[in-house]
Design a protein around this ligand. Structure first.
Ligand code: 2YC
Length: 277
């Protein structure tokens, strides 16, 4: 799991309106709309519910400790979506206790291993990796104007790639898995074989060969420059939740509106909507 740096997130809050407009242009939906699409929720109904849903974002000092701006950025994203969100005055145990005492509906918090949302009423857990994979797969479905029966290359078979592949299967896509560590791809194929369409999953062992062959890519690796510029074609559509972005600045210029990437926003939106279920 890539640990974010303050420099990765410090400009997110000030760019939420712009990024929301860019998503609208690329997918026809906003942050909230894409997250609702990912979880099969009606956006109008969700809009009525978010304002009264109180989320405490609790700083966690464990392990490598606090990332400056992390909690403030998560709260800013939640408020942009319409939630009643705040950063707790207290970290760790005290912050969790305060959320319960103030009758918050949910907590969001992250240590070095997991970033989760906890619904305090129904005791559900929203995991950032699962939500991120799901929401980026939904974004790809929207960019493709329906991914059903399309082949999609999923690069990276970790928790984010797994959630994305599972979501793509449920959208009727034909999933192709690729991972630098072949056993990881094999294991994921095995796990997904129980889902409809899972028995048709293909594994590509050569990344460059794979990228050249598929028009839809979900890039979920924790590596930069996963997709070399020379392999980016004019018809490629890429959803890239991987941090750092696996595409160079030049690659982004070639792709323009056919690339979706962010480092926190869409995953937080997915977590929040999944807490409302
Ligand atoms: O400020 C704090 O409360 C820190 N304990 C937050 C640590 C977040 C560590 N995780 C990450 O940087 C990212 C997550 C946002 C998703 C995957 N890695």
């Amino acid at each position: 799991m890539t640990r974010l740096k303050t420099s990765d997130i410090s400009n997110i809050s000030s760019r939420l309106v712009t990024c929301n407009q860019e998503l609208l242009a690329k997918t026809g939906r906003t942050f909230l709309g894409i997250a609702c699409h990912a979880y099969g929720k009606d956006e109008i109904q969700i809009r009525h519910r978010v304002e009264s849903f109180c989320i405490h974002v609790v700083p966690v000092t464990a392990g490598q400790g606090i990332i400056s701006d992390f909690c403030e950025t998560v709260a800013a994203i939640l408020r942009f979506l319409g939630f009643n969100a705040l950063v707790s005055d207290l970290p760790d145990t005290s912050g969790v206790a305060l959320a319960f005492e103030n009758k918050a509906d949910a907590i969001m918090m992250a240590d070095d291993h997991r970033f989760v949302g906890l619904n305090l009423n129904i005791r559900s857990v929203a995991d950032n990796s699962e939500a991120t994979g799901r929401v980026f797969a939904a974004a790809l479905d929207l960019m493709a104007k329906g991914i059903e029966n399309c082949e999609v290359l999923v690069l990276g078979c970790g928790p984010v790639g797994e959630a994305a592949a599972q979501t793509l299967l449920s959208s009727g896509a034909r999933v192709v898995l690729c991972d630098i560590h072949l056993p990881a791809a094999r294991l994921l194929k095995e796990r997904l074989s129980v889902y409809p369409g899972g028995n048709k999953i293909v594994i590509e062992e050569d990344l460059n060969m794979a990228v050249s062959n598929y028009g839809y890519v979900l890039e979920a690796t924790p590596a930069a420059n996963t997709i070399p510029d020379e392999l980016i074609s004019d018809h490629m559509v890429i959803a890239a939740p991987g941090v750092p972005l696996g595409i160079s600045k030049k690659g982004c210029q070639i792709l323009k509106d056919r690339l979706i990437h962010d480092k926190l926003e869409l995953g937080v939106a997915g977590m929040a909507i999944s807490l409302l279920l």
